[in-house]
Design a protein around this ligand. Sequence first.
Ligand SMILES: *Cc1c(COP(=O)(O)O)cnc(C)c1O
Length: 388
Amino acid sequence: MESTLRRTWAEIDLDALAHNYRALRKQMGPKSRFLGVVKADAYGHGAVQVARVLEELGAEYLAISNIDEARELRLGGIGLPILQLGLTPADQTERILENRVTQAVWSESAAQGFSQEAIRLGGRMKAHIKLDTGMSRLGFQCDEDHFAASLEAICRVAALPGLELEGVFTHFAVSDEEKEESRAYTALQHQRFDAMVAALAERGITFPICHCANSGATVSYPQFAHDMFRPGIITYGIGDQAGELGLRPVMTLKTTVGCIKDFAPDTTISYGRTFRTSRPSRVGVLPIGYADGLHRSLSNQWRVWTPYGTAPIVGRICMDMCMIDLTDLPQVGEGDEVEVYGVHNSVNDAAHLAGTISYELTCAVSKRVPRIYLRDGRETYRELLLRG
Ligand SMILES: *Cc1c(COP(=O)(O)O)cnc(C)c1O
């Protein structure tokens, strides 16, 4: 275990998580509910650990995106209501009920399947109706062409036995974008949402919880949120908008300098010989590679942070290792810790260089990277995700 820890690990700062929660609460105002999005193992941070902190701090709801993730939270002792945002086959209704999951209902046929199964099992499934206002993914379509048919379909769903409609929600496609066109599109999506909720109310169908706001909308359109906010990425203190609210990155991915070697000018480094030394060079080997989640597209692009300055990654990132140029950092020695991304070395910047988003990079931190949980600066728990 200790030797594994000296390799590569991710520190999860639960104080930063608590700070972000409080800052987001302030942004949401006193009346709104907080749903913490902990899908995909809390964006790579560890779902049970993150959910425990959010529960302790007073969050009202959690969301995941498949039924196994809900099961994991229940096994971890989480009692909060859990919304399953994603697709669940109707034959899994028993597990939905057993795990006290609220299921998103995205179509009439899905609702019929859940209703039949719930009745057969003698239970009632809590559901939130998903409206597609322009994301074109799951949900009842609310554009002009489909509005009337969707309204009728949702009315029929509301009359189905075995379902309890607790909420209605939609998801924005460009709420994190500043462009005028994006702002107009978000406003259109919200308008469609309001119109459908109002039309349903006229038919006597109302919902205790209406919710729209992902991270982008939490920052830029809190007025569109209704009864509950659903921030994901900014809760973890990352994404391009996290800085606007003074949020702090929760994950810091660290590794150690395993070995340092000197090379003559004109030496090529790693597979494909994509880097060639231009001077006498001091090169460190790091025990982190793409199998740990360090995207190979960051080869010759990214850098690691050291207390003395940053060191560029040189040559191709391998499965289990990569190399850094330490020529200008003579103070860095074998065994020293370096930061791959986190507090000093933003994963947002790495994501831009890799042509992706920060979400993908934290989700990619793989199961062989232990997560170390910190509270008041001290380790409180560690999780080795490999079977031991
Ligand atoms: C993932 C997801 C969220 C959270 O999105 P962020 O951009 O991480 O805030 C909210 N709602 C739904 C439906 C989602 O799928």
